[in-house]
Design a protein around this ligand. Structure first.
Ligand SMILES: *[C@@H]1O[C@H](CO)[C@@H](O)[C@H](O)[C@H]1NC(C)=O
Ligand SMILES: *[C@@H]1O[C@H](CO)[C@@H](O)[C@H](O)[C@H]1NC(C)=O
Length: 629
């Protein structure tokens, strides 16, 4: 027999193939009968109940959504096997939408939809049917459940719920670089027909970008897209259902795509020579001019580093980058002097700090320009010949004595004469004067080292042609001490010589002392006075270290002949004015042993036996007198 299964299958195929769309209800749409009517046979108390029950899955009707016909839409027919067509059976309907959405003809079992339905709102209705004996009002069979499915029509267009989109992709990306995936959603039934089968296409934005029709992935479609030429793209994307076929519904969205920067441009100087005019008086470290290279890239990729190409001309200058403007600021490293050099020329290089190897490997990724600097003459103050003058003067110098001079010169062209004066602000006294024309400094009062040992003041030089142009120099005047005291022999003044001494022996070392305080230390010299230097018995040997030795000149010194010698010694200092003194040394002649150890210097001991004291001798003499007496 022709089963429900095969019929139903047939219906699915018809729907699926779109042959029944736009969906016109088939008046005698059948699901499950031999007579090809759309009839559900209520199960009844039949021996093959079990078999029929298994077939309930087919007990479903289909009704079209969005049906706009003037008559209620025929859904199908309920039929009980116990209904012999004699009008004794009444059909009732309960469940979802019974009476409000669906009505049933009590007698024929015909079901109609009396309202337009929306699958997207409610895809199916579960209803229960019953056949009742019209006389006894008793159910002829147990209640049966069945389903009315709302058949989808393509009444929803795809929608981009996340649109409009914003995306970016690096410039110069290769063709096919991923940009973004878009997604459109279609509310229609994805399991039935093509109403929810979406296909993407690009309406605006070609030939720069492409979209995968199935996945919605947007990719670049042109090589070498250059941000510096065009940065922003507005791409219009369409999603169309029915697999993109004619008659499908479509939705669109906008994707704003920005090309992000890569460092594909080196900096370029807009001109090859920059001229700068700089006054020679510009201070060291000051900015004397700016040059600018242009880099069309963006952000980090447009950061420029400037360098002076090493060479003679650039030694006096530095260049740094202004972070805000990316200009090169040229700064002065050493002083300029118009009178020495009037112009400088050097080369400057501009390069990027952050390089992209894909581009800079192709060639030099930098640019060079020439900077020409003209030094401007400035009327400058006179220049002193020394940064500091130091002079010395003795404390007893007469008033009006010239003690030194300062010199300042005007180095400018035209070389004006210079006038000098003492800056009394620097030192309140008036001990010195300066000759305004010559720059000579003289004493103005008697100086006293003990009250002021050093004067420290400033001298100002100004140009006659422009007295406001002045320079100042410091002068230090040291007051020197005058030598007031002669040096003298330090102790001892007395010494001894052995009777058995040989010529050339140093019998005593002497040193000297001076009451003058000399900061540099005194230098003393020792000698005999001229009258004592003729056939001397002793001489003075100057060791040149502020000491001297007393030296024997002969042998045969004898106490009996001469007990004492007096030796005059002249000592001289080295200060101004030189002071000297003559000290007399006393040299006693003594008896010594062979080693030079002194044994006796007394005259009386000459006549007496060795080893006896004077007391013992007196005692012996007394004894002799007594014995003789
Ligand atoms: C001299 O005076 C100047 C200015 O007052 C000062 O800078 C300098 O140190 C002084 N020199 C000496 C040796 O005192
Ligand atoms: C040196 O000694 C001798 C003998 O004692 C003496 O006559 C002579 O005057 C001495 N010479 C001097 C320069 O003192």
């Amino acid at each position: 027999m022709l089963t429900r299964n095969s019929l139903c299958l047939l219906l699915w195929i018809l729907f699926d193939g779109g042959l029944l769309t736009p969906l016109q209800p088939q008046p005698q749409q059948t699901v499950a009968t031999q007579s090809k009517e759309n009839v559900i046979h209520l199960p009844g108390r039949q021996p093959h109940f079990q078999r029929v029950k298994r077939g309930w899955v087919w007990n479903q009707f289909f009704v079209l959504e969005e049906y706009m016909g003037s008559e209620p839409q025929y859904v199908g027919k309920l039929h009980s096997d116990l209904d012999k067509g004699e009008g004794t059976v009444k059909y009732t309907l309960s469940g979802d939408g019974a009476g409000t959405v669906f009505t049933i003809d009590e007698t024929t079992g015909d079901i109609h939809a009396i309202r337009s339905l929306d699958r997207e709102e409610k895809p199916f209705y579960t209803l229960r049917a019953q056949a009742v004996d019209i006389e006894t009002r008793k159910p002829l069979e147990p209640e049966s459940e069945f389903i009315i499915k709302v058949q989808d029509i393509n009444d929803n267009e795809p929608k981009f719920l996340d649109g409009p989109y914003v995306a970016s992709v690096p410039e110069m990306s290769p063709v096919g670089a991923y940009v973004l995936q878009v997604k459109a959603t279609d509310a229609d039934d994805p399991t039935y027909g093509n109403s929810a089968r979406v296909v993407y296409s690009i309406l605006q934005g070609q030939p720069y970008f492409s979209i995968d029709p199935k996945t919605g992935v947007i990719r670049t479609a042109l090589p070498n897209m250059d941000r510096e030429v065009k940065e922003q793209y507005q791409v219009l994307i369409q999603a169309k259902d029915m697999g993109g076929q004619l008659g499908g519904l479509a939705g669109t969205t906008i994707v704003n795509i920005t090309l992000t920067d890569v460092n594909d441009n080196p900096p370029r100087f807009p001109k090859s020579i920059f001229h700068l005019k700089v006054p020679e008086s510009s201070p060291i470290g000051s900015a004397i001019g700016r040059i600018r290279a242009v880099d069309p890239d963006f952000g980090k990729n447009a950061e420029i580093e400037y360098n002076i190409v090493p060479g003679d001309g650039g030694n006096l200058f530095d260049i740094v980058t202004d972070e805000d403007t990316q200009e090169g600021i040229i700064k002065l490293k050493k002083p300029l002097d118009f009178e020495t050099k009037k112009a400088y020329t050097f080369k400057v290089e501009a390069s990027n700090l952050h390089l992209d190897h894909r581009f800079h490997s192709a060639g030099p990724f930098k640019d060079t320009a020439t900077v020409k600097i003209s030094v401007l003459d400035v009327d400058e103050p006179p220049v002193f010949s020394k940064p500091l003058y130091t002079m010395e003067v003795y404390e007893d110098t007469p008033v009006g004595t010239i003690i030194g001079a300062v010199t300042a010169q005007d180095l400018d062209m035209g070389s004006s004469a210079v006038r000098y004066f003492i800056d009394w602000k620097s030192d309140g006294d008036s001990y010195f004067t300066i000759d305004g024309t010559e720059g000579t400094i003289a004493t103005n009062e008697l100086l006293d080292r003990e009250s002021t040992a050093q004067y420290n003041f400033s001298i100002i030089a100004s140009k006659v042609s422009n007295p406001l142009l002045t320079s100042k120099v410091n002068i230090l005047i040291n007051v020197l001490d005058v030598n007031e005291f002669p040096p003298e022999i330090s102790v001892p003044y007395e010494t001894a010589v052995c009777e058995n001494a040989k010529p050339g022996q140093i019998i005593q070392t002497v040193s000297a002392a001076d009451r003058d305080l000399s900061p540099a230390g005194q230098q003393f010299s020792f000698r005999l006075p001229p009258e004592a230097a003729i056939k001397p018995n002793f001489t003075v040997h100057d060791f040149r270290n502020n000491t001297a030795g007393i030296e024997t000149r002969r042998n045969g010194y004898s106490r009996r002949q001469q007990e004492l010698y007096f030796l005059p010694v002249v000592i001289e200092d080295s200060s101004y004015p030189v002071q000297s003194s003559t000290s007399t040394m006393t040299i006693r002649v003594c008896r010594c042993d062979s080693d030079g150890t002194i044994l006796s210097c007394n005259v009386e001991a000459i006549f007496l036996p060795v080893g006896l004291s004077t007391g013992a001798l007196i005692a012996i003499l007394l004894c002799i007198v007594i014995l003789l007496g």
